[in-house]
Ligand binder design. Sequence first.
Ligand code: CP
Ligand code: NVA
Length: 299
Amino acid sequence: MLETTHFLDIDDLTTTELHHVLDRAAAIKAGKEDPRLEDQTLGMLFEKPSTRTRISFETGMTQLGGHAIFLGPEDIQLGHGEPLSDTSRVLSRYVDVVMARLFDHEDLVEIADYADVPVVNGLTDDAHPCQTLADLLTIREAFGGFEDVQAAWVGDGNNVGQSFVLGCAMAGLDLTVATPEEYGIDEEVLAHAAEYGGEPTIAETPAQAVADADVVYTDVWISMGQEDERDEKIAAFEGYQVNEGLLAETDAEVMHCLPAHRGEEISHDVLESDRALVWDQAENRLHAQKGLLVELLNK
Ligand code: CP
Ligand code: NVA
């Protein structure tokens, strides 16, 4: 049983709960546990596109014996002027849990404020905690734990990066971050990571960040909704590509939440190499979210 009702960012869990959700996910993945969410329905609100989040949540609910409903931006009255507050209260009368992928994080907070059922963040402009659960599960599988693992985040200090920074701090995973100065991790997130005793080291260059890394993580430079910033971001991220040159002196594994833009934040060769943990990461979205859902619904 979790203390939190909602999962809006990774720090809605206590550190103990974070490990517990990961344990639960691993047990479900290994077939050691078979919790059921029979007759439970997940409502999935999407303002942005998705492959992994949509499919892993829907498949996860099916595997747990429940059901998921996809609610795209044009499908429901929310996309035609009905307020978030009304949508949230109405959804709560039908479904047992809501997952939402939205632009503005404050909109997710508003949905949670009005919901009578748990609300899960399926990505906002600020955070992607379900991804972090899968990332930590993947690192734990690859390295057998977190304690002696050195991770590096190279690229944009975006939603995926911010939740990963907090998740690493909570899990006790050492992290070094290399971002262009103007695209760094939010100061509040860094301060919050410090409260867990896990403020990341800020590297001057990508080369510095990856030098001692066991695992190097990157994500797209132009996130959904930032298409107008494309030219200036591409220029700012010159030298931040994760490629064979950057990794020449290390045998570090490589992570990416996907979708990847080959030739921008990551090279084709690295993404297709044996270093890449990205397919395990994608699979682990399914297991991690099943662990989360059964914990949120107390099953
Ligand atoms: N990593 C991730 O969230 O992918 P989707 O955008 O495909 O859901
Ligand atoms: N940072 C990316 C992640 C996609 C899963 C985005 O927000 O578009």
